[in-house]
Write a protein that binds this ligand. Structure first.
Ligand code: ADP
Ligand code: MG
Length: 453
């Protein structure tokens, strides 16, 4: 006899809970209902399409892992909407850019290569001055793989669209020619599969699989840092593909040269083609992104709401989207009630706090540290080196590294034109002293938390 859906969902939830934060679980998964399942698919009912959108964009990997854990094999995941329920009470919402029946796995009949989210396309990507070059490079690569930039190396902070653009390349190439072998994965998956292959003596198969790719998209390559054997293996994969005129696209949260413990020969190969940076979007781009997402979700919000969100969340598009989803969800549940700035502020409290943490500047850090150690702000940038100044300066460099997105070079620059080696040395030294001396650790964590308020 078939196990009741509720029972299976309970098993799945147990496997899922450790994989997402408690808040995420409560906010997005507790409202899900497993309404049907078979040997190949699971169907979940979601309260509205905002849930589907958010889970598909952010939590599919966790959900799939939970399915693997609970059922021992993957299943296709489908979402169904309660019929007739909508945010504004007319008809069911759907996400406009895709065919209505789109599911995660089988868009347009044939199976999308594993790991690609059908929403991450060039059409759904908003181009602004912050991402123009990266976007153009990705388009060029998608149009003629291995003939323009190879490899293409995209880097930038969290939530700025690296994964979106890589996946857009993957889908574009694949949709033009379905027999193109597109592989998309994170470097963590590469590392894990490599370790498995060693353990099970299946290296030949592992190598063959990767070397068959026409387009290899490796996300978050920074995780290769420090993994020597995986680097060695990736080096050979890279060479085989490159020599075979296959396209390689890599993403990272920092430039290749700043990935700690990455072999020089890999750094230099990663720099062979084109390197493009993604920066945080400017205000116009942020508003454009919000409008586009809202339109896709068919939620109507007035301009003040968009302005509020775009003004308050600047550093991360994923966070911006998260805020929009929360506001949209709230609006759909309280239709008619005013979305006042106070109400939004309250609704987004934690998101806004997170954002504040992200926008600390090096100058604020220098001021705060100078004040704390009772030295002059000018000492932060001066060439003077007495210990009573040198140490506070090193602490400030360390905090700048921890609390801002600035690169080592940028930090050195902000401290009176020091080179990145000096900054790196300062960070190491401060870390070491924090380990050894409780009072130093306490002082620094005190300054740290006072900065984040
Ligand atoms: P990263 O991989 O850089 O951390 P993602 O590609 O996962 O970031 O992007 C985070 C979220 O923001 C995704 O939902 C993505 O679709 C969205 N996003 C980022 N940049 C843009 C953009 N320019 N236009 C539309 N959506 C964007
Ligand atoms: Mg990413």
């Amino acid at each position: 006899m078939k196990e009741p859906c509720s029972q299976l969902w309970q098993k799945l939830s147990l496997a899922l809970k450790p994989k997402v934060s408690a808040d995420t679980y409560k906010r997005w998964f507790s409202a899900l209902e497993l309404v049907d399942y078979s040997d190949d698919a699971l169907s979940f009912r979601v309260p509205n399409n905002i849930y589907q959108f958010w889970i598909e964009s952010n939590h599919m990997a966790a959900l799939q892992e939970a399915v693997m854990k609970a059922l021992g094999e993957p299943r296709q995941i489908k979402f169904v909407l309660p019929s007739g329920v909508t945010a504004d009470g007319d008809k069911t919402l759907d996400i406009s850019t895709e065919p209505e029946s789109a599911t995660y796995d089988d868009l347009k009949g044939a199976r999308l290569p594993a790991g690609l989210n059908p929403r991450n396309t060039f059409e759904s990507f908003v181009v602004g001055s912050n991402n123009q070059i990266a976007h153009a490079a990705c388009l060029a690569v998608a149009q003629s793989p291995a003939r323009t930039y190879n490899p293409l190396f995209i880097y930038g902070g969290v939530g700025l669209g690296k994964t979106h653009l890589m996946q857009a390349i993957g889908q574009s190439v694949w949709s033009k020619k379905k027999n193109n072998r597109v592989m998309y994965l994170s470097s963590e998956v590469f590392i894990n599969e490599f370790i498995d292959a060693i353990q099970h003596s299946t290296l030949v198969k592992f190598r063959k699989r990767y070397r068959q790719a026409d387009v290899l998209l490796i996300d978050d390559i920074q995780f290769l840092g420090g993994k020597e054997r995986s680097q060695e293996e990736f080096f050979h994969t890279f060479n085989a593909l490159f020599d075979g005129h296959k396209q390689i696209v890599l993403s990272s949260d920092r430039p290749a040269s700043e990935i700690a413990n990455l072999e020089h020969r890999l750094v230099s190969r990663f720099e062979w083609g084109l390197t493009a940076e993604l920066q945080p979007p400017d205000i116009e781009t942020r508003v454009a992104i919000l409008r586009k997402k809202a339109r896709a979700l068919k939620v109507k919000l007035n301009d003040e709401v968009f302005d509020f969100l775009a003004n308050r969340i600047r550093s991360n598009v994923r966070r911006l989207e998260g805020a929009l989803m929360r506001v949209a969800s709230f609006a759909s549940l309280t239709s008619g009630r005013e979305l006042t700035p106070e109400a939004i502020e309250n609704l987004l409290k934690d998101i806004l706090q997170e954002e504040a943490r992200n926008t600390i500047t090096i100058e604020q850090i220098q001021r705060r540290v100078a004040e704390h150690f009772d030295v002059r702000l000018a000492d932060m940038t001066s060439k003077r080196r007495p210990a009573n100044i040198a140490f506070p300066r090193q602490v400030a460099m360390y905090l700048a590294r921890e609390l801002t997105k600035a690169s080592l070079n940028e930090i050195g620059e902000a401290f009176g034109g020091r080179d990145h080696g000096t900054v790196l040395h300062a960070c190491k030294l401060v870390k070491k002293r924090m380990k050894e001396q409780d009072n130093i650790r306490q002082t620094i964590s005190f300054i740290d938390s006072s900065l984040q308020r």
